[in-house]
Every structure is written in C-alpha cells, then in structure tokens.
Design a protein around this ligand. Structure first.
Ligand SMILES: [Mn+2]
Length: 552
C-alpha cells in the first residue's frame, strides 16, 4: 500500500487515474448497466458523462437519480434490476456501504464523498482513497470523466461537462480539477476569460437573480440601477459583451462590496475565471450548473441529461424553470437570512418548509457571516433536514462538519455526514430536537476548533495574543517575562508586537493566513518553553545571581 500522505500531488493523481482505468476495464465487460447518480449539477453532469460513454461502447443503460441512498432506495434498486446488471454509482454511494452491501449486483462507485465502512464495490474510484481532497480537488463529474476518458480517448470531449460539475460543486481549479481543465482547453471544449463569475444575461438581470455573489443590491431594482449607473455601465448590456475594462471595473466594484466580510471564499466565488463550454448548448458553465441544480423531478433529470448531451429542444423550458427558481431563491434569502441566530461556534436558521435550504446556507456563510459555521434546519414532512456549511479558513482551524454533524445528529436520534466543508443529515421532527442538535453541534465544533493554543490565541481570526504570566517575584528578582520576550524576539514575524508589563508579557501576532498564525504560535511556545528551561537550569547551576525559585 503506497503512502499517500507523503506522496506528491501529481503522484496521487496518477494513482487516481489508475483506479479510473480499472473501473473503465471493469465497466466494459458489461452489456447492461443501471446508473445511479446524485440529484445535483455534479451528479447530473456525471450521469451525462457516463451515459455518453455507455452509448459509445454500445452498453444498454437505465438511469436513476436520488438525493441520497438509504435502505429503501437500495431495496428498490435490488428489486428493479436483474442481478447480472452492473450498478454504477456516480457522485453518491461512498457513505452508504452498509446499504449497498445488500445488492447482489456487481458495483462500481465513482465518487468524491467521504467513504464510510467497507464498500461492497468491485471497483471504487475516489480521490480520498489516494490522499486527495474530495471537497475541492475533484468532483463526482471529474471522477466520472477520468473513468470515461479511460474507456475511450474520444471521450475527452466530455471534459466540458466535468468542468460544469466542478463549478456546480464550487470546487477549486487545483490538483485533478486543474488537470481536467487543461485537457478540456487542449481539445478546445472549454475557453475562459477573467471577470465576475456569474451566468449570462443583461447586467440588470444578472444582479436581479444572481445569488453568487449575494450583494446588498441583489434583487433590488433601484439599488442595481444606481450601482450600475455609478459605474457608467448600461444595465441592458449583456455581461458577455463587456469590454475588458468594463468587466474589470464591475469586478472591482463587487470586490469592494465584499471587502468588509474579510472572506477569501466570497472573493474567490465572485471574481476569477468564467468558463465557456464550447461544445454544449448552454455555453456559460455557471448557467449550466445553475440550470441542473434547479432540477428536482424525475422528468427534469431526464431533460437535464438530454440538455447536457446536446438536446436543445428542452433548453427554453429549462432556462425558464431556472429563472423562476432563482427569483424564488432571491425572495427567500431576503425573508430567511435575517432570522439567523448565532451561538458561540455556529449560526443557524430553524424553520418550516424553507425552500432551497442548501442555497440559503451557502449564501449565509459566504456573504453574511463567514466567521462561524452555519446550519439551516428545515422541518417538513415530519422530518428536519440539516444543511451545514463551513469555510476553508475554519477547516484549516480544525473544523470537520462531516464528523460534527454526524455525531450531533446521532446524539438526538438522527443521521448525517458529507464533506468537511458542507454536510447534511436528517433529524426527527420537533423544536426540542432541533435545539438539542444545535447545542451539541456548537459544543463539538468548539472542541474541533480547540479554542485556545497555549494562551488566548483565537484560531478563527488571523490575529492572536499569547500571554506569558510571570510568576517571578518582581520585588526580589529579575522578571522572567522580560528575558523571555527578549529571547523570543529573533522569532518575531512581521507584525508581531510585544508588550511587557508587571506580572506578564503579551506577544501579539498578526498573519495573513490562519495556518501561519498557528505555526508562529507553535514556534513561539516551543521556544518559550526552551527559554524557561534554560533559565531554570542556569539558576540551578549558579550562573544566575537571581534568587533561586522552586524549580522542580
Ligand atoms: Mn458532488
């Protein structure tokens, strides 16, 4: 078993590709496949990728879409398909090993979710198995693409769908994603330009219905008009037709609005590369991902796959559906975001029949308060659906929502899981259950973030103070704290401030990244420990004239 922890990223990707090759070889042995995919844009683009690949191999397929797998859905699959059908799961299936074990069929899993339990699958392709991050380095569509690509080189044209899947899952263009994007550009199925990362349309339309980024003008006609006229931009101009200068000034104005949030996630989500899918009927990748995410019925899912594979007859209907969904979302955000309650480590909204709870969560953590994890608890049909979100900054400080949500949900008789940054689950209904869950979650996240590092370092901001309490007696001897900070001075990074007072010394550290802050605090504490020990040793061996203190 290779050691994936110490392996360079390119090696990990090479191993992932090897797994994809095994999956491709395995799939090609079958003539009948039941394809099961997740119901979001990443799952639906995965479906389109695999369906095109099956068609090219002459494999007969059936396609089922589920929001999640449980005992019921798996027993439905078991009773609906003969045992000799290959079951291929895309963007779903890693967390449900125990349910899948009852299927007599051969199974292939192409997924990027956290694996739970021993998988009954014959082949699993999952980035986490080779030490890559599933939450931002490759999506379900990316994993499916690598598999399809290994089935047949001509499947390289499906890379544009993989890019739409990455966009839909809000991934970063790094690691395996970067490699797939490079391939997509090489074969000419994707191009890109820099600017505001939104769908196409007139500037007025874009700000009326775009929730990524969600700004103080979003959905407000008057505010949008004055924002655009201040920038001397014509509200009826299509965003695709903006000159480079116009796009830059628009992007700068949006960044200015995001500044007070101090959220790298928001900045990254708002401005950067816009991807155009050159061989798809919806060219803008944000539009395609949005359209697919607005699908929620079986007939929508069939249209979604058809749209991905070039059926332009369904285009108008799906775009209209998407427009309505976004309008409702903008209204819901205005309605629900102000109802959020904040505890020490988590903010939450609890309500009934909340539409698009996942989007509300994403919007809240990104554009309202990125300093704490966020949970939307949506009660309907006698059950509470959890949708929890974190930020990469919080994850660097120790947050893992897949674990915290699972444990908190289980503590009140529910279930949960997902990614470290975005996780979901179910709870029994009732306000008391919801409150008990939140209380437990708040506590668990507090433990994960382990609020203090050898003093009062707050790991959520990139600013912290370590206080050294001086136990030496100021009347009779030299203050140890002064010696200590003098000894530490060479370790000071840019923006380190030291204050020495009677009885204590404060070292205040400011860094750009939370990681550097933690590393600096760690170094300082280690060296401080060393300095104290040396001081005590020197006291013992008589080098110091100061009064000998208790040195056990
Ligand atoms: Mn996914």
């Amino acid at each position: 078993m290779p050691n994936f922890k110490t392996m360079p990223e390119s090696e990990k990707i090479r191993h992932l590709k090897k797994h994809a090759e095994s999956a491709a070889r395995f799939i090609k042995q079958y003539s009948h496949v039941c394809l099961v995919t997740h119901n979001d844009s990443d799952g639906l683009t995965s479906a389109a990728i695999m369906i095109q690949a099956f068609k090219r191999e002459g494999i007969t397929y059936y396609h089922k879409v589920f929001p999640k797998l449980d005992a019921g859905t798996v027993s439905y699959l078991a009773s609906s398909f003969p045992e000799d059908f290959l079951m291929v799961f895309c963007d779903i299936g890693s967390g449900q090993a125990e349910f899948l074990s009852v299927l007599p069929n051969p199974i292939v899993i192409l997924d990027h979710h956290v694996p739970v339990g021993k998988s009954p699958a014959k082949v699993v392709v999952n980035p986490i198995d080779v030490g890559l991050e599933g939450s931002y380095m490759i999506s379900g569509a990316g994993v499916s693409y690598l598999t399809a690509r290994a089935m047949r080189p001509e499947n390289a044209d499906l890379a544009s769908l993989a890019v739409a899947g990455m966009i839909g899952d809000r991934q970063l263009m790094v690691a395996a994603n970067a490699l797939i994007l490079e391939e997509a550009k090489e074969v000419g199925v994707v191009t890109s330009r820099r600017g505001l990362k939104v769908g196409s349309g007139t500037l007025f339309e874009v700000f009326m219905r775009t929730t990524e980024p969600y700004l103080n003008v979003t959905g407000k006609p008057e505010a949008i008009r004055s924002f655009l006229s201040d920038l001397k931009l014509d509200e009826n101009k299509n965003i695709n037709d903006l000159t480079e200068d116009e796009m830059n000034s628009l992007a700068d104005a949006v960044l200015e609005k995001l500044k007070p949030l101090n959220s790298p996630d928001a900045v990254e989500a708002a401005v950067g590369e816009i991807y155009y899918l050159k061989n798809r009927s919806v060219e803008n990748a944000f539009d395609l991902a949005g359209i697919l995410d607005s699908c929620n019925k079986d007939e929508d899912f069939a249209m979604a796959v058809a749209l991905c594979l070039g059926d332009s007859d369904v285009l108008e209907r799906m775009c209209e559906n998407y427009r309505l969904t976004q309008e409702t979302l903008v209204k819901n955000l205005a309605l629900f975001l102000p109802t959020a309650v904040s505890l020490e480590n988590v903010s939450y909204i609890y309500g009934r029949d909340i539409h698009s709870a996942g989007n509300i969560s994403t919007t809240y953590i990104r554009y309202v308060n990125p300093q704490k994890s966020f949970v939307c608890l949506n009660e309907n049909d006698g059950i509470i659906r959890i949708s929890a979100r974190g930020t990469r900054l919080l994850i660097k400080s120790g947050l893992d929502l897949s674990i915290a949500v699972k444990q908190a949900a289980e503590s009140v008789g529910g279930s949960g899981g997902g990614h470290n940054i975005a996780s979901g689950g179910l709870l029994p209904s009732g306000k008391e259950t919801a409150e008990a869950f939140i209380k437990k979650l708040n506590e668990l996240i507090g433990i994960q973030l382990s609020k203090s590092v050898g003093g009062s370092v707050c790991p959520i901001s990139s600013e912290g103070t370590i206080r050294f309490i001086d136990e030496t007696d100021a009347e009779k001897e030299e203050q140890l704290s002064q010696k200590l900070v003098a000894a530490l001075a060479p370790d000071n990074v840019y923006d380190t401030k030291t204050t020495v007072c009677d009885g204590y010394a404060d070292v205040q550290i400011k860094t750009e990244k939370i990681g550097s802050l933690l590393a600096t605090a760690d170094d300082l504490l280690m060296n401080a420990d060393g300095a104290v020990r040396i001081k005590k040793e020197s006291v013992k061996s008589g080098y110091s004239k100061s009064h000998q203190t208790d040195d056990k």
